[in-house]
Structures are given as structure tokens and as C-alpha cells.
Design a protein around this ligand. Sequence first.
Ligand code: NI
Length: 168
Amino acid sequence: MSLLTILEYPDERLRTRAQPVETVDDDLRRLINDMFDTMYDAPGIGLAATQVDVHKRVIVMDVSEEKNHPLVLINPEVTPLGEEREPLQEGCLSIPEYYAEVPRALRVHLKAQDRNGKAYELEADGLLAHCIQHEVDHLEGVLFVDYLSPLKRDRVKKKMLKRQKTAS
Ligand code: NI
């Protein structure tokens, strides 16, 4: 088991736009395994490669109660289904101990590749739909605090900087 270091807000590297994956090989599968270890250990329900300072379009996720439904998203493409938006409380491993409601599409269509490079599609709603949108945002350098007011975001930033200072 290998744990990776998770970048924390406001680290500028979290703003990097991830590049498409061209070949799904053993090196990539090793990264995916390490990302799952890191996510389950944290513990969290989703982790984007951006968060471990690897700027490739790779996401790992598991929103199941029993932590036995690992989902790999390589080169994900998300399309919202319908106009309905739903606010849900979100957190992020890169913004520890902070939670806020973010409105997102209630239902989405996902197109991605699995750990063998095989293309798949699925429709998601509820927590899974939220999580997919949150993680795909990471690949674009977007964080959930970007949806909050500048005042709130500034408060989070100060809180995180203070936390990082006391931790080091
Ligand atoms: Ni996150």
C-alpha cells in the first residue's frame, strides 16, 4: 500500500488543467491503485489525480456505504441531464474540515474509460452525480469553494493557511 500526498488549498498546483490520458498501461494502473489507497485511507469518496499533483485526466471514486464499489474514470466527459439543480453538502480532501452546500445537476451522463482503457457510459444521480461533477472540476483546476461568495472563499483560504502553518 502506497499513500500519496494530497495537495491542500490554496496550493496553486490544484489550479492546473489535467491532460488527457493517451495510453492506459501498468504505470497508470499503479497510480490508480495508489490513489485508491490514498482515498480510502483519508477517508474520502473521490480523488482526482490533480490532487496528488499528477496532471492527467484520472479520477477514483467510491460512494458506496461498504467501500466495495471502486469506480475508475479516465478521460471522463460529463453531460448534465435536464435543468434540475440540487444543493448538496460537499467536502474535499484538499480542503480538510470544511463543508458547504453546492448546487449541481441532479442527473448526469458520464462517458469514461475504466482501468483497462475500456470505454463505458453510465447515468448517475444523487451523491454519485455530485461526486462526479466535483471530481471532474478538479481536472479543470476548479474547486468547490469557487462556487461560494468571494468573502466566504477568502475566509476558507485564511483558515487553511492558518491550519497549514500550525501543522508544519
Ligand atoms: Ni475534492
